[in-house]
Design a protein around this ligand. Structure first.
Ligand code: URA
Length: 273
């Protein structure tokens, strides 16, 4: 049997992408096969062996963790203090650009602060940026963003009449779930953003942003479509949870319920205009 030729760099990159490895966490490549603690065959012996698609990936390079240096409670307190003092959205954005208490900023390409109209009457909040958002520095510009645009259009609006942000403003590496600590550190910033935008209606997209902002442990199936109060400290805003567009892309049968939520949002906006 003729052995398969070794994969090309392009094939290897495609394999990594398919496996979800779509960002580099270190500036320098690490040759883990050179680690004397790893029991591997000498390089010459493996050089011509085909790489099986199921071959285990090398462990990811650990990024510098800012919150390892800054204790989490210190980071949370400094986030609270910083966010509280931001008088405007632009000041808040600047604060986040300079904030060093969250490790995610070191692996992200760009801060993803917001998109849309700060004067909008409706504000949508997602979980955290993905790959496309990290590249563009804008929330919801990838596939799920296209669906969010269609959801917003279904109630007669577009990005010039809505405001969009995320609980976490930096992309977690490899799109992993943000840790509870990262969420707690970022929470004061999104809370201040909501207070400054001061929308008539706040819409949380999916479980993580609903649980973080509306202080519930219930899942999205129970929380969606129900009106809740969001207290900014100075005002109460009507809030409603609905499915995250990424979830709707995976489970389109829930679009019917999402449509009901959108109609409720349109009705609330009409009532308060
Ligand atoms: N998912 C989110 O929660 N936010 C984005 O900005 C993009 C995808």
């Amino acid at each position: 049997m003729t052995p398969e030729p070794p994969p090309t760099v392009q094939q290897l990159l495609a394999f990594y992408l398919e496996a979800g490895v779509d960002c580099a966490l270190g500036n320098e490549p690490v040759n883990r096969l050179a680690d004397p603690d790893l029991a591997v065959e000498p390089r010459a012996a493996v050089a011509h062996q085909p790489i099986a698609r199921t071959a285990p990936l090398p462990p990811p390079v650990t990024p510098p963790r800012a919150d390892a240096a800054v204790a989490p409670d210190v980071a949370i307190n400094s986030a609270r203090e910083a966010a509280r003092t931001a008088p405007t959205l632009e000041a808040l954005r600047q604060l986040l650009e300079n904030f060093e208490g969250c490790a995610l900023r070191y692996t992200a390409t760009k801060l993803v602060f917001s998109d849309g109209n700060p004067q909008a009457r409706v504000m949508f909040v997602g979980e955290a940026p993905g790959r496309d958002e990290d590249i563009e520095g804008l929330p919801f510009v990838g596939r799920s963003g296209k669906l969010l645009d269609r959801m917003i259009a279904a109630i007669g609006l577009d990005r010039s009449k809505a405001y969009i942000a995320n609980v976490i403003p930096w992309r977690p590496p490899g799109n992993r779930t943000p840790t509870p600590q990262e969420t707690q550190i970022c929470l004061p910033f999104i809370q201040r953003q909501i207070e400054l935008v001061n929308p008539d209606v706040l819409v949380t997209l999916g479980n993580p942003s609903t649980q973080a902002l509306l202080q519930t442990r219930e899942g999205i199936m129970r929380t969606r479509g129900k009106w809740l109060d969001y207290d900014t400290g100075t005002r109460t805003i009507r809030a409603i949870a609905t499915f995250h567009p990424a979830y709707l892309l995976r489970s389109p049968s829930y679009k019917r319920m999402s449509w009901q939520d959108l109609r409720a949002i349109a009705k609330a906006l009409a009532e308060t205009s």
